[in-house]
Design a protein. Sequence first.
Length: 269
Amino acid sequence: MRIAVLGAAGRMGQALTRTLAETPGCTVAGGLEAEGSPAIGQDIGTLAGLDPLGVAITDDALHLFAHADGVLDFTSPAATVAFAGLAAQARIVHVIGTTGFSEDDLIKLEAAARHAVIVKAGNMSMGVNLLAALTARVAATLGPEFDIEILEMHHRHKRDAPSGTSLMLGAAAAKGREVSLAEHSVRTRDGETGPRRTGDIGFAALRGGDVVGEHRVIFAGRERIELAHIASDRGIFARGAVTAALWGRGKSPGLYSMADVLGLQVLGL
Ligand SMILES: NC(=O)C1=CN([C@@H]2O[C@H](COP(=O)(O)OP(=O)(O)OC[C@H]3O[C@@H](n4cnc5c(N)ncnc54)[C@H](O)[C@@H]3O)[C@@H](O)[C@H]2O)C=CC1
Ligand SMILES: O=C(O)C1=N[C@H](C(=O)O)C[C@H](O)C1
């Protein structure tokens, strides 16, 4: 499968190139960067710390989409919404790892998924997707006397909060409790907040240093249960993204999740 990397010079872009280069059945079909990026023209392999792969990074999205069977997209919300239109026109698999979408962005991605296979997840690692399934199960088991709080820490460069993973975990907790996350989520606390409302799902975000990504789901009552995931290598996200692209080839158009790719819904976790 010919797979191109969007945002090839980024932290995830480089990890994706390394993973693609070592995955049987995949070829690195190209790398895209934003217009004006100093990475344009550089070899995608060299940039990722490998031997040269003979593929120069380009800013020509149309050419790249026309010569790929799938694209791995860890860029920015605005770029990803535009790429979804191009992937739908080219009828290729669009794996979306980008986070930080607005409600309006999500509506546009759903529209694009009528014409193309999109696999989208706020976290592509197997561990976090298992954690989400476990979170739903624990939330379904415990009553509202257990307060749910989701805590994350990421590197200083991260632009969005709560993280895509935190939102996935919050959605899983809400699903387990059979409530709407929108009606129960508390994203910030500052000043005179009053006591915690029963049933709320709280979010807290820490930023600093080079932390790859850490998440903790806390169920706090008269006893406390904590489920946690710690990522120490971006390769886990990259592996999930490449698996998703291979899985998506030949599927009917639609918006799929990593739970679909990993078969977690079938397990009923
Ligand atoms: N779903 C998941 O498993 C994961 C998701 N992410 C998400 O992926 C995104 C990127 O994260 P990082 O790699 O850390 O960021 P980064 O800032 O290191 O990389 C993003 C790259 O995209 C490029 N880019 C932006 N607009 C572009 C355009 N129009 N055309 C081509 N390239 C463009 C930038 O120049 C940059 O090189 C974030 O939203 C992050 O939250 C990150 C890790 C795992
Ligand atoms: O920006 C990151 O780095 C990460 N983003 C994703 C998120 O928003 O949850 C996944 C991972 O935690 C790393």
